[in-house]
Design a protein around this ligand. Structure first.
Ligand SMILES: Cc1cc2nc3c(=O)[nH]c(=O)nc-3n(C[C@H](O)[C@H](O)[C@H](O)COP(=O)(O)OP(=O)(O)OC[C@H]3O[C@@H](n4cnc5c(N)ncnc54)[C@H](O)[C@@H]3O)c2cc1C
Length: 209
């Protein structure tokens, strides 16, 4: 396990600092076990940090037989992810999460947005209509925004526009229409400790550009 050279080094270290020698020994044994264990189970454990002592490990399968390759990172707290694949997200969950994002964005959209902010929000909606990860929904949403171009001149304009297009989608799915005069009561700004979501020098999350 420990070759002659290592033995000599080991005894030299012991005479210098017994604790250091002990640690050195432990490291060697640990490396040996890790190396042989990973060969045995077909995994390569690669310490992530430059020191080689990081807590994040990239685990990749080296088994040759299957054509699949699993490579992922495990943080020490991610125990729930070990050995499990993620549960699929439903169309409804994705929809609720996306509407939450959009209405929260609208709630924080400034009364007097800059030209850049107006451009960004319009682009965001366009990109969403192309990249929304439900193709049927994306295709339908493209038509919705073609008939209802984004209005983002102010907070009121954008939140009312969003409420309206959400209602167009609601109607197409046979869902109740939401009363848009209540949109500010339904959707608020993101709760942040000590205004952490705000850009410095701004009264909203968006800085004045
Ligand atoms: C861009 C986009 C396109 C979609 N297209 C489709 C599609 O083509 N087919 C499909 O099956 N699903 C689609 N979905 C998903 C769908 O809209 C719903 O999100 C999903 O069915 C879950 O509905 P829900 O009843 O939980 O409420 P959601 O519609 O997700 O709404 C979430 C919450 O928002 C509030 N709300 C509802 N209406 C409004 C409004 N007008 N203004 C403000 N707040 C409101 C209510 O409190 C509601 O509980 C789409 C989602 C998005 C974001």
């Amino acid at each position: 396990m420990i070759n002659n050279l290592a033995c000599q080094q080991h005894y030299r270290n012991m005479s210098e600092n017994p604790l250091q020698a002990l640690l050195h020994n432990f490291e060697q044994v640990s490396n040996f076990v890790q190396h042989h264990l990973s060969n045995f189970i077909g995994l390569h454990l690669q310490p992530s940090g430059p020191s080689g002592r990081g807590t994040l490990f990239s685990i990749s399968s080296s088994t040759k037989a299957p054509l699949t390759k699993t490579s992922f990172s495990l943080h020490p707290g991610d125990t729930a992810l070990k050995g499990k694949s993620a549960a699929p997200v439903t169309k409804e969950e994705l929809g609720r999460a996306t509407w939450t994002f959009l209405h929260t964005l609208a709630a924080q959209y400034p009364d007097n947005p800059t030209r850049q902010q107006k451009k960004d929000v319009k682009e965001l909606v366009q990109i969403l209509s192309r990249m929304y990860p439900c193709k049927d929904c994306a295709d339908h949403f493209k038509e919705v925004i073609r008939s209802n171009p984004v209005q983002a001149g102010s907070h009121a304009e954008f939140s009312q526009w969003l409420c309206h297009v959400h209602n167009v989608v609601n109607r197409s799915l046979g869902k109740p229409v939401f009363p848009c005069e209540r949109v500010d009561a339904r959707w608020g700004k993101l709760e942040c400790e000590q205004k952490a979501c705000e850009i410095i020098g701004s009264t909203s999350i968006f800085g004045k550009i």
